[in-house]
Design a protein around this ligand. Structure first.
Ligand code: AMP
Length: 220
């Protein structure tokens, strides 16, 4: 099954994509994650992407399209994949359709994660994670049980994404409204869109995704 997770930053799509990928035994491909790794490695792509990412702008289409093109061709994607954070504008959506059609593939389902902006801002600007095990926390919604100590692995070393500050978040949401939001209509017209009330807790959202995906597998 080839799936897109659409939604604003902070809507929870990254967490859900990783969970559903495990369930479906298909990879979740996050362009943001790939780009962060490139920045960390200080590769050419990373050097180019860094300033866009730090200011909350979209990295140029040819860079992300190149990443997706290479990744989708890998063997683990042949039975399906989940795209998390791609496409992010109309041009990327059209190029993706062309790319898939040339491989005799298509997108079969698009989940749109719906959350109001006030919650999104708190979710993103409050987000931090354990450096040891990657467990994710939030200073507004989910602090570790013991202050400064990871519930999961006991580490006291935490980090935040450099683009998870309030100023960049506002810009990322603006970019979402201006460039990504119109993809909802694009996929709605293709009859692929399924809305998810992503204000609900992560386990509840996951339950819904799993049910829809399993019904789809049974009928296709
Ligand atoms: P994310 O982890 O999905 O929130 O992405 C973090 C940042 O990576 C974004 O703010 C963009 O700068 C960049 N990025 C991720 N995916 C894309 C994409 N499909 N197109 C352009 N830039 C992207």
């Amino acid at each position: 099954m080839n799936i897109i997770f659409l939604g604003a930053p902070g809507s929870g799509k990254g967490t859900q994509a990783a969970m559903l990928a495990k369930e479906l035994v298909s990879p979740a491909i996050s362009t943001g994650e790939v780009l962060r790794k490139e920045v960390e490695r200080q590769s050419e792509i990373g050097k180019l992407a860094k300033s866009y990412m730090n200011s909350g702008q979209l990295v140029p289409d040819e860079v992300v399209v190149g990443i997706i093109k290479g990744r989708i061709a890998e063997p683990d994607c042949q039975k399906g994949f989940i795209l998390d954070g791609f496409p992010r504008n109309m041009n990327q959506a059209i190029v993706l359709d062309e790319m898939l059609s040339s491989l005799n593939k298509k997108i079969e389902m698009v989940f749109n994660f719906e959350v109001g902006e006030e919650i999104l801002i708190k979710r993103i600007s409050g987000r931090f994670s354990c450096k040891g095990c990657g467990a994710v926390y939030n200073r507004y919604f989910k602090l570790p049980v013991k202050e400064g100590v990871c519930d999961n692995c006991g580490s006291d070393d935490f980090e935040s994404r450099s683009d998870d500050n309030e100023a960049t978040v506002k810009n990322r949401l603006k970019v979402y409204r201006e460039s990504t939001f119109e993809l909802i209509g694009y996929y709605e017209k293709k009859n692929l869109l399924l809305s998810v009330d992503a204000v609900k807790s992560a386990p509840l959202v996951f339950g819904e995704l799993k049910e829809v995906a399993s019904k789809f597998s049974q009928t296709n």
